[in-house]
Design a protein around this ligand. Structure first.
Ligand SMILES: C[S@@+](CC[C@H](N)C(=O)[O-])C[C@H]1O[C@@H](n2cnc3c(N)ncnc32)[C@H](O)[C@@H]1O
Length: 324
């Protein structure tokens, strides 16, 4: 996955406003902050931090969001997403991804507590060719101070829930679910900590009669803890030359690890099992780690002798649904 040339240019214009040495310093600071995952102080607290986020984090969060939206389209192809509510919008990453994935989108509301982010988001929006992006409504509001909202088809909390204290996260999640007419999406970093936030959200939503559209093909207790693992996926994203300069390393891409949940107000039961690790593709056989409809982690080996299944499995990737 790569960012559009339009978005890359808009980001470049923002990062050009910050002296290169300051940008490199800010990149190191936010990277350290996210690694430490201590959100008692905000990770992004200055213009230089915001520019660094655009250069080195937005491409990855954007790619993860795109992947999750593609999953909604795959699992619920007939559902139209006409309205969007984004909680903890930052530079409007969710809006930019939604405008590409959901062409029927007519109305978008973005809630963000940081005035600096709202200003950046509006500048990025001005440079977008999309009317829905240009016309989105930005609200400066602290999610912890009680959220009022109208129903929106799709509500998204992307890389934000885990930054809130636990009690606030629970309250925001409950409110977000009430604001959702069709789907609520929660995305977090694909770390044990990020997964713990997703798993807690999953339990709370199931207790509120939610259907889990993805990634889980079941509504049982998540089996990952029991096998000492955590549910996460990986999205490859092309790195720009600026990204390589700021973060070092020679690779032309990075793999963003993320955990996510799509809760639906109504959904047909999932068919198949979710592939929860990179498939091991060997000569004549493929090894799969699956989360099954029974709510269990199972390892399977598909050999060349199962012709049709083998052919399909060779094309399957981590995060795909796999149908027996
Ligand atoms: C890591 S950024 C994620 C931005 C964007 N959603 C994305 O996926 O790229 C987290 C965002 O949540 C916002 N945020 C954190 N706590 C908040 C709160 N209590 N109320 C509103 N926004 C908040 C931050 O200001 C920041 O913009």
């Amino acid at each position: 996955m790569r960012l559009s040339a339009e978005l890359q240019d808009a980001i470049q214009r923002e990062t050009d406003k910050v002296d290169h040495r300051k940008l490199a310093q800010a990149t190191a600071q936010i990277t350290e902050h996210y690694k430490a995952a201590d959100f008692s102080t905000p990770a992004v607290a200055s213009e230089a931090h915001r520019a660094a986020y655009l250069a080195v984090r937005l491409p990855a969060t954007y790619a993860a969001i795109q992947r999750v939206f593609a999953e909604i389209k795959l699992r619920a192809p007939r559902e139209e997403i006409v309205s969007l509510l984004d909680l903890g919008a930052g530079p409007g990453t969710v809006l930019l991804a939604a405008a590409e994935q959901f062409p029927q989108l007519q109305q978008a509301t973005l809630i963000e507590s940081d005035a600096g982010w709202i200003a950046v988001g509006k500048r990025l929006a001005e440079q977008s060719g999309s009317t829905i992006v240009q016309q989105a409504q930005w609200l400066k509001q602290d999610l912890r101070s009680g959220l009022t909202c109208e129903k929106h088809d799709l509500v998204v909390i992307s890389y934000t829930l885990g930054e809130l204290p636990q009690a606030a996260a629970e309250a925001v999640l409950n409110k977000a679910w009430k604001c959702a007419a069709k789907f609520l999406v929660v995305i977090e970093p694909g770390t044990r900590r990020g997964f713990a936030a997703i798993n807690a959200a999953r339990s709370a939503l199931l207790a509120n009669a939610a259907m889990i559209l993805a990634p889980c093909p079941h509504h049982f207790t998540c089996p990952m803890d029991a096998v000492g693992d955590w549910c996460h996926f990986s999205q490859r994203v092309e790195r720009t030359s600026q990204h390589r300069q700021l973060k070092g390393g020679a690779l032309g891409y990075e793999d963003e690890k993320f955990s996510y949940l799509v809760a639906a107000k109504s959904a047909a039961p999932s068919k198949g099992a979710r592939i929860v690790r990179h498939p091991g593709k060997h000569s004549g056989h493929v090894k799969l780690a699956l989360c099954t409809a029974k709510g269990q982690i199972e390892n399977r080996t598909i050999t060349r002798s199962s012709k049709e299944a083998y052919k399909r499995t060779r094309k399957a990737g981590w995060g795909d649904l796999w149908i027996e």
